[in-house]
Design a protein around this ligand. Structure first.
Ligand SMILES: Cc1cc2nc3c(=O)[nH]c(=O)nc-3n(C[C@H](O)[C@H](O)[C@H](O)COP(=O)(O)O)c2cc1C
Length: 208
C-alpha cells in the first residue's frame, strides 16, 4: 500500500562542484606577501582583466557598486612616490631626506599595483550603510586575491597613514565620500613564508 511519504518528491540535495576541493585548497593556501617580496613577472593585461571580472562577482547589496580600483601603471609610479613623500611631509614637515626617499621607493614595488577605494555614501543610497559597502569591497578584493593565487601569483594588501593624506586623496581624485582602503599588489614571490596558523573556528563562532 503506497504511503503519503512515497508520493513526496525527493528532498533537494546540494550538488558540489567537481572542483570543490580545489576551491578549499585555494582558499586555505592564500597568504599575504608584501610588495617588497613581489617581483616580475606580474599578471598580463588579460589576467588583470580576469581579476577585475572576479571583483565584479562580489556581493553588492542594492547593486550600487560602492567601490572602485585605480591601477597605477609603471609610468605613474613616480607620481605615486611623490604623493607618498608629500604625505610624509604632511605628517612630519621635518622629515629627513632618507625617509622621504624611502617613502618614494614604496611606490616602485610590485609589478601590479592598484588602490582599492570605497564610496561610503553621498550617492542617494542611504539604505546601504558604510559597513555594508566595505564588506562588498572586501569580497571584491578577496576575489582578486584568490583568482591571482590560482594563477600562481602572490599578492598582498598594504594600508598606512598615507592613505588619509591630502596628497594621496588628490592624486586619486577621491571625492569627499570616498575612502582609500588599501593598495593591492600582485607579482611573483621568490619564496614564501610558512603558512600562518589560522584561528580555530571556535574562537569566532558561537551558537545562539
Ligand atoms: C585592509 C587591509 C590592509 C592591510 N594592510 C597591511 C599593511 O599595511 N601591511 C601589512 O604588512 N599587511 C597588511 N595587510 C595584510 C595582513 O597583514 C595579512 O592579511 C595578515 O597578516 C594575515 O596574513 P594572511 O593574509 O597571510 O592570512 C592588510 C590586510 C587588510 C585586510
Amino acid at each position: 500500500m503506497p504511503t503519503a511519504a512515497d508520493s513526496q518528491p525527493d528532498p533537494p540535495s546540494p550538488s558540489p562542484a567537481p572542483d570543490a576541493d580545489f576551491a578549499a585548497t585555494l582558499i586555505r593556501t592564500r597568504q599575504h606577501v608584501g610588495p617588497k617580496r613581489l617581483h616580475p613577472p606580474g599578471p598580463d593585461s588579460a589576467r588583470i582583466d580576469a581579476y577585475f571580472q572576479a571583483a565584479a562577482a562580489a556581493p553588492d547589496h542594492g547593486q550600487i557598486l560602492p567601490w572602485r580600483f585605480v591601477v597605477i601603471p609603471d609610468a605613474r609610479r613616480g607620481a605615486l612616490g611623490e604623493a607618498f613623500a608629500a604625505a610624509l611631509r604632511e605628517r612630519d614637515p621635518q622629515a629627513a631626506q632618507s625617509d622621504l626617499d624611502e617613502a618614494r621607493g614604496k611606490a616602485l614595488r610590485a609589478p601590479f599595483l592598484a588602490l582599492a577605494i570605497v564610496r561610503e555614501g553621498g550617492d542617494g543610497h542611504p539604505e546601504i550603510p558604510p559597513h555594508e559597502r566595505l564588506v562588498s569591497l572586501g569580497c571584491a578584493i578577496q576575489n582578486i586575491l584568490l583568482q591571482s593565487h590560482a594563477d600562481g601569483f602572490a599578492a598582498g594588501l598594504v594600508s598606512g597613514k598615507a592613505l588619509e593624506s591630502r596628497a594621496i586623496r588628490a592624486l586619486f581624485a577621491l571625492t569627499p565620500n570616498e575612502r582609500a582602503v588599501c593598495f593591492l599588489a600582485i607579482g611573483t614571490a621568490l619564496q614564501r613564508k610558512p603558512a600562518r596558523q589560522r584561528p580555530a573556528p571556535e574562537r569566532f563562532v558561537s551558537r545562539l
